[in-house]
Design a binder for this molecule. Structure first.
Ligand SMILES: Cc1cc2nc3c(=O)[nH]c(=O)nc-3n(C[C@H](O)[C@H](O)[C@H](O)COP(=O)(O)OP(=O)(O)OC[C@H]3O[C@@H](n4cnc5c(N)ncnc54)[C@H](O)[C@@H]3O)c2cc1C
Ligand code: FES
Length: 268
């Protein structure tokens, strides 16, 4: 863990981004500590007790800002989407264990469903900084749910867009095109972020193709700091033993081949 900071972060920008809201927050200590795959919790507000979790999309240490990408879902995200410039939000970040970064140049496929791509752009830039290359698969139910297509195309010509209703890119799901995309760029590592069934399928394909696979999970979280154990997943350790592992501390990034996606959680 990167010693999370508890702060009152000022909203310095709030702008629509397709179906999402992009919030830029002033949080210099968070910006300095953040790595790709870290997340933040925001809130609570109104009558809500629990904080809400979001990927730290980008950090600008020079400006002292971080960005969140918020999809309106229920009361917590609705409030955030409508937060005003100048407002202060209770922020705890950076949280969790981020993506492991490659030592040298690699060819990496980055796979995201919906706002999951928010977790992957800093990672793509890091991989390229280390001499590697990236390809993206961005998926959503429809065109409005895609996030970051233009930013992905600025980083690489290898961008596959997939929507369930065919309103943008190919008609289908991200999982249907993972194998072809891995082969197209000779990817040796796959990084993925999205709902658990998507991550399970991506990890299975990566294993079949002998690629490493790092998955960033979005298990519902109550505390976000390891106390409540409300976010556990069954994950096999290096010794092969499957244990309950907290997504908010040991994760949210896991070796996808070690997560027992379909198994009930069992304490060991
Ligand atoms: C590590 C992580 C990163 C995330 N990153 C983003 C992001 O970048 N952008 C974004 O829009 N959303 C993200 N989410 C999902 C976001 O946290 C939920 O959509 C949000 O908590 C819903 O709150 P609500 O009050 O609007 O909705 P409600 O449905 O009313 O939420 C009720 C409760 O359920 C929990 N909850 C509901 N759905 C989810 C979910 N899918 N994942 C986790 N908790 C949930 C909430 O924490 C809350 O306690 C992330 C979740 C996690 C765990
Ligand atoms: S959310 Fe409480 S332990 Fe992970």
């Amino acid at each position: 863990m990167a010693h999370p900071v508890v702060t009152e972060a000022e909203v310095v920008e709030s702008a629509p981004a397709g179906a999402y809201r992009r919030l830029v927050l002033r949080a210099p200590e968070v910006a300095r500590r953040m790595s790709p795959g870290h997340f933040a919790t925001v809130g609570p507000g109104g009558e809500r007790v629990l904080r809400r979790a979001f990927w730290l999309h980008r950090a600008d240490p020079a400006a002292g800002t971080v960005e969140l990408v918020v999809a309106e879902r229920g009361p917590g995200t609705r409030e955030l989407v409508h937060s005003l410039v100048g407002e202060r939000l209770s922020l705890i970040a950076p949280l969790g264990t981020p993506f492991p970064l490659p030592e040298g140049p690699v060819s990496a496929l980055l796979v995201a469903e919906g706002h999951g791509s928010a977790a992957l752009f800093g990672l793509a830039e890091e991989i390229r900084r280390r001499g590697g290359q990236v390809g993206f698969i961005l998926g959503a139910a429809s065109a409005a749910g895609l996030f970051g297509e233009a930013a992905a195309r600025e980083l690489t010509p290898d961008v596959l867009v997939v929507t369930a209703d065919g309103s943008a890119g190919l008609a289908g799901t991200v999982t249907e095109v993972v194998a072809q995309a891995v082969r197209a760029i000779d990817a040796t590592v796959v990084y993925a972020c999205g709902p658990a069934p998507v991550l399970a399928a991506v990890a299975a394909t990566a294993v079949e193709l002998a690629a490493r696979c790092w998955t960033a999970v979005e298990e519902p979280m109550a505390c976000g700091t390891g106390i409540c154990r409300g976010c556990v997943l069954p994950v096999a350790g290096a010794d092969g033993v499957v244990r309950e592992v907290r997504c908010c501390v040991e994760g949210p990034v896991f070796d996808g081949s070690r997560v027992r996606w379909a198994e009930p959680v069992v304490s060991v």
